[in-house]
Structures are given as C-alpha cells and as structure tokens.
Design a protein. Structure first.
Length: 146
C-alpha cells in the first residue's frame, strides 16, 4: 500500500512556524516583564536606602540641609523612574496577554490542520483496507469457483 500525501502540508508548516514565532515572542515579552520587575525591586531598595540616609541626616544634632535637599531631589528622580517602570510594566503585561492570545489562536490553527491530516490518513488507510479486502474476497471467489 502506498503512502498518503497531505495536501495542506505546506499550510501546516506555515502555521507551525507562526506558532513557534508566537511562542518566541511570548517568551521575549515575559523576559522583558521580568527585567522591568527586577529594575523596580532595585529602585525600591534604593529608595529604602535613601530613606535611611534621610533619617540619619535629620537625626538630632547638626542638620545638613544641603544633604536633605540633595536626598529629596534624588527621591524625586527615583519616583519618576518608578512611575516610568510602572507604565512599562503595564505595557508589558498588555503585550504578554496579546501574545498569549496569539499563541492560543496559532495553536488552535495547527491542531485543526493536524486533525484534518489524521482524518485524511485514516480515510486513506480505510480505503486501502477495503481495497485489500475486496481483492481477497475476489481471490476467494475465484478459488472457490475452480
């Protein structure tokens, strides 16, 4: 018995390639989100350290006003960075969700074609088995007729 050729094999290959590309983009988006999260943690640590320095500078005794002003400016800078990172994180979350939806759609398209291919192979196998059964039946009839 021969072998069945799936007529949509090229389309299946294109869809698998698209699915792999979607998967790669999702991984990259997740990695970007992770980097942003790490940067946010670093800024939190810097602000915590700055707060400790402000407490020390404002402790009873000689207060260094210039140092407190410098700390306040640095705190404003860190706050601006945190706000920007929060916006970037929100954008990254939206991008991740979009890539997830794209990956789900691409997976669905691949599964549909794979099921179609499996049905085609089953139908081909069944036709071959019926053909073989018919041949065996004809041979049996010929043998019986002799």
């Amino acid at each position: 018995m021969g072998h069945s050729t799936f007529r949509l094999a090229a389309l299946l290959l294109v869809r698998k390639t698209r699915r792999d590309m979607c998967r790669t983009q999702l991984v990259q988006s997740c990695h970007t989100d992770e980097i942003i999260g790490q940067r946010q943690e670093e800024l939190d640590r810097q602000r915590s350290g700055l707060l400790d320095q402000c407490r020390e500078a404002a402790a009873p005794g000689a207060v260094r006003l210039d140092r407190l002003i410098e700390y306040r400016h640095y705190d404003q800078h860190l706050t601006a960075q945190q706000d920007e990172l929060a916006k970037q994180r929100q954008d990254a979350t939206l991008t991740i969700n979009w890539h997830r939806k794209e990956l789900l759609a691409a997976n669905r398209e691949v599964r549909i074609l794979e099921k179609l291919e499996a049905k085609q192979q089953d139908a081909y196998r069944e036709r071959g088995e019926r053909r073989e059964t018919r041949m065996l039946d004809e041979m049996a009839v010929i043998q019986y007729a002799r």
